[in-house]
Design a protein around this ligand. Structure first.
Ligand code: HEM
Length: 277
């Protein structure tokens, strides 16, 4: 091989390695940003619902939703309490499940917490169905349908994640675990997306804040779990691709997306979560 060809080959390989590193870095930045917001969300859940519950101040459960604590509905109150406590547990535990170092260094922890996470996925969804269809939720029928689809997707991902783990097909298991993490984060992305929208418009555009209904919310309900799952499939493709351009394009896209997510988290933290504690 001529020296010129060798240099060209070396440059090509270096560029490919660089594109892989940038892709990994963009995923890391996205992940850290999302998880930081999730920890604030979990803190909000624990302090709003957990603290009020421990103090016996159940009326405070209605600070955000009118259906938190209802007089004479013991079963519904227990289900709501379980739903929000599981919400805190899965919000903290989810990221731990997919961090590779935790998986590699603490395999027993990963196996046990994985089973807890998957069980929690089913229970929180079933509790969510009860709250939506029996107790009534904000957001009308369209909100009820879309959040229920989120619940069905969560249970599907949980089923396949555990199925492939038990079958020891770890590559496929990992993919389903990532899908499960994103589907479980749909409710969180919904809040971040809504607060991003409010931060941009400085007003409730496209929905009625009283009834919590409107075209914007219909779109948001869907995109908060459909888009992350679609983006994940694109990520798998970019990562698999032999070419460097899909990796560069995806990294750029993820950096921009992370910027938007950061704005939404900031706005949710200071406009929604912390003021309610
Ligand atoms: C798996 C991730 C989920 C998390 C982290 C989560 C979190 C929460 C939180 C924190 C609340 C209290 C309201 C607030 O303070 O914002 C809540 C309420 C509620 N959740 Fe979930 N949830 C999840 C999944 C679901 C699913 C799958 C459904 C439906 C099938 C559902 C239905 C509800 C309903 C109906 C309420 C009562 C709020 C209302 O009145 O509309 N949730 N959830």
């Amino acid at each position: 091989m001529s020296i010129q060809k060798e240099t060209l080959m070396e440059t090509k390989i270096k560029n490919e390695i660089r594109s892989i590193k940038v892709l990994d870095f963009s995923v890391l930045v996205w992940f850290v940003t999302v998880v930081l917001g999730q920890m604030i969300f979990a803190y909000y859940i624990l302090f709003l619902y957990g603290k009020a519950g421990l103090q016996g101040n159940f009326e405070h459960w209605n600070a955000v939703t009118p259906h938190g604590h209802l007089a004479n509905d013991v079963l519904g109150n227990v289900i709501f309490g379980m739903h929000v406590m599981l919400a805190a547990i899965i919000t903290i535990g989810g990221p731990l499940q997919i961090i590779p170092n935790v998986r590699n260094w603490l395999p027993t922890f990963h196996r046990i917490s994985g089973r807890v996470y998957v069980t929690a996925a089913f229970v929180i969804s079933m509790a969510g169905f009860y709250l939506t269809w029996v107790r009534g939720s904000v957001g009308g029928i369209e909100g009820a349908i879309f959040i229920s689809i989120n619940g069905l997707i969560i249970m599907t991902c949980a089923f396949f994640a555990i199925r492939y783990a038990l079958a020891k097909k770890f590559d496929i298991h990992y993919r389903w675990a990532l899908r499960l993490f994103l589907a479980m984060s749909g409710v969180y992305f919904f809040r971040v997306g809504m607060m991003f929208w409010l931060a941009i418009h400085q007003a409730p555009v496209g929905f009625d804040p009283e009834t919590f209904r409107g075209p914007f919310l219909v779109v948001l309900y869907m995109v908060t779990y459909v888009l992350p799952l679609a983006f994940l499939e694109l990520y798998f493709r970019a990562k698999r691709s032999q070419k460097k351009y899909p990796k560069w394009a995806y990294s750029l896209f993820l950096f921009v997306l992370t910027g938007g997510v950061a704005v939404g988290i900031f706005s949710a933290t200071f406009g929604m979560w912390l003021p309610r504690l």
